[in-house]
Write a protein that binds this ligand. Structure first.
Ligand code: ZN
Length: 287
């Protein structure tokens, strides 16, 4: 079931759970994500960052779209952290059903102008738009571009931003960071701030980062207004940690021997996230 981002998130907003958005950048990981979401009967979002799009090339997109169409669970295909208007057009051309325009590093008015421009063209062809207000911090060189520090989302600004841009969902900065956190960093999620934003903003809210925030705080956030959580580092660490173990046997060379245990390791982490977000079994709400 291939849906737009908005179609996937609206149901989550009504039923108070969060849809997992798994970043993938190869066919093996993609298949593992579909299989575990089908097993858990969870709606989900296949997220692909521009760097990942560059890696896989545009010709994997038709395969992902086909896989989503025959899948038993609702799926959106999302361009993660688009940086420019041109990237948004590229995402639409490639068949993505959802696109993020991240102009959060720009001044408020410029963020509004670019996000609104993307929303206008995307909506014309039924593609949903996520934008970001405030700045999600980063922790290491692998994390997406941004500042090290978190600039928390201001509720009044969020109301104005959604009204002026017409975007379908909003990524908020409430105390998560991209990437894996150093041991010295004590993560703190501002759930009170989330409550304020959620009370004021009708659009579904999105959480980026959060790998090392405590599970119970993330779980609470998913019941208090967060309707999409991005998952990248956690599933990739599980996948490649298992691959390192498998490859200690230097005789292995066949992908159909090396990849299945890695897929299984990815699925364990993905299943735990699906349960944490309250998304297990929620595919039935879309019928
Ligand atoms: Zn992000």
């Amino acid at each position: 079931m291939l849906l737009s981002g908005d179609q996937v998130l609206k149901v989550a907003a009504e039923a108070n759970f969060a849809v997992p958005a798994f970043n993938i950048s190869d066919y093996s990981m993609m298949n593992a994500v579909f299989e575990i979401c089908e097993e858990k009967e969870s709606p989900h979002i296949i997220a692909i960052h521009p760097d990942e799009v560059s890696h896989i090339g545009r010709y994997l997109l038709p395969a992902i779209i086909d896989r989503a169409r025959v899948s038993s669970v609702p799926t959106a295909i999302h361009w993660d952290h688009g940086a420019t208007f041109e990237q948004a057009l590229t995402a639409i051309q490639y068949g993505f059903t959802s696109v993020m325009i991240d102009a959060s590093m720009l001044p408020f008015d410029e963020n509004v102008a670019l996000s609104r421009r993307v929303a206008e063209v995307a909506h014309a062809v039924g593609v949903s738009v996520e934008a970001e207000l405030g700045t999600i911090g980063k922790t290491d060189g692998y994390a997406e571009a941004g500042t090290d520090d978190i600039i928390y989302t201001v509720p009044d600004d969020a109301v104005r931003f959604v009204a002026e841009t017409g975007v379908d969902s909003l990524a908020v900065a409430i105390g998560t960071r991209h990437g894996l956190y150093p041991a010295s960093l004590k993560p703190e999620l501002k759930l009170d701030l989330l409550d304020e934003i959620d009370a004021a903003v009708a659009a579904p809210l999105v959480l980026h980062g959060g790998s090392n925030n405590p599970d119970d705080e993330i779980g609470q956030a998913c019941r208090r207004g967060i309707n999409k959580v991005n998952i990248s580092s956690d599933i990739k660490v599980a996948y490649f940690q298992k691959m390192r173990e498998v490859l200690t046997d230097t005789g292995h060379r066949e992908p159909n021997v090396i990849q299945p245990p890695c897929q299984a390791a990815l699925k364990v982490v993905a299943a735990q996230k699906i349960d944490l977000f309250g998304a297990a079994g929620k595919a039935s709400l879309y019928r």
